[in-house]
Design a protein around this ligand. Structure first.
Ligand code: C5P
Length: 228
């Protein structure tokens, strides 16, 4: 794992945090407001798990899954995500796809295989990247690092509402249980665990809206030389 501080060609905003903390929505809106590019790093782990399953590779076979990660053929065009030319935008968003992503994300060689691919998203005028290790491993030189979080109950309620909207009703207790499993795995894995860095701004969205979170991040950016 490459932990050397990188020199970045343009500003990167790293937004890390647990599952269903609203990172995707907030990061997307910050990117739009600044006219920056956006990296959804979780999508790469979801794509890896999906590609492995479709190739009948066992999600426990680290060598084979890492090979799949290295060879991933993906395209992000607007909201659409393609895997080997097929639209998998919805397939990678299911609960099982998230659980499988967190299994393969715990494998060191899978993380190494995806590292440079993530760094290649840096492009002028700047990048907003969301995930678990954006500030710690992928972009340690990010100009703004945010740890976006919310209580398990708030995150589970938001996730439940998303599921209902998509026509997949679920039970709150089950959603809470799944979030706790995923949190546990993301926080306790030995490589690139989800942590709040000392130089990351803490943003708790339990009591605030996504818009308010976006405004707060933009305020932090405004005060920096890179944004003047
Ligand atoms: O963010 P999202 O829920 O789409 O991520 C799916 C899974 O991928 C997470 O539960 C986590 O295990 C993993 N992940 C990661 N590092 C990242 C982004 C996601 O380990 N930078």
């Amino acid at each position: 794992m490459n932990l050397k501080p990188l020199t970045l060609s343009c500003p990167v905003i790293a937004i890390d945090g647990p599952t269903a903390s609203g990172k995707g929505t907030v990061a997307n809106q910050v990117a739009d407001a600044l006219g920056f590019h956006y990296l959804d790093s979780g999508a790469l782990y979801r794509l890896t798990a999906l590609a492995a399953a479709r190739a009948n590779v066992a999600l426990t076979d680290e060598v084979a899954v890492a090979e799949i990660a290295r060879a991933l053929e993906t395209r992000f065009t607007g909201e659409t995500i393609l895997l080997s030319g097929n639209d998998v935008t919805h397939d990678i968003r299911t609960e099982i796809a998230g659980q499988n992503a967190s299994l393969v994300a715990a494998m060191p060689s899978v993380r190494t295989a995806l590292l440079e691919r993530q760094r290649a998203f840096v492009e002028s005028p700047g990048l907003v990247a969301d995930g678990r290790d954006m500030g710690s491993v992928v972009f340690p030189a990010a100009v703004v690092k945010v740890f976006l979080t919310a209580s398990v109950e708030a995150r589970a309620t938001r996730r439940l509402n998303q599921l209902i909207q998509k026509g997949n009703p679920a039970i709150l207790q089950d959603v809470v249980k799944e979030l706790r499993i995923r949190d546990e795995r993301d926080i306790n894995r030995p490589v690139a665990p989800l942590i709040r860095l000392a130089d990351a701004q803490l943003l708790d969205t339990t009591e605030i809206s996504a818009n308010e979170a976006v405004e707060q991040i933009l305020k932090w950016c405004k005060n920096l030389p890179a944004f003047k």
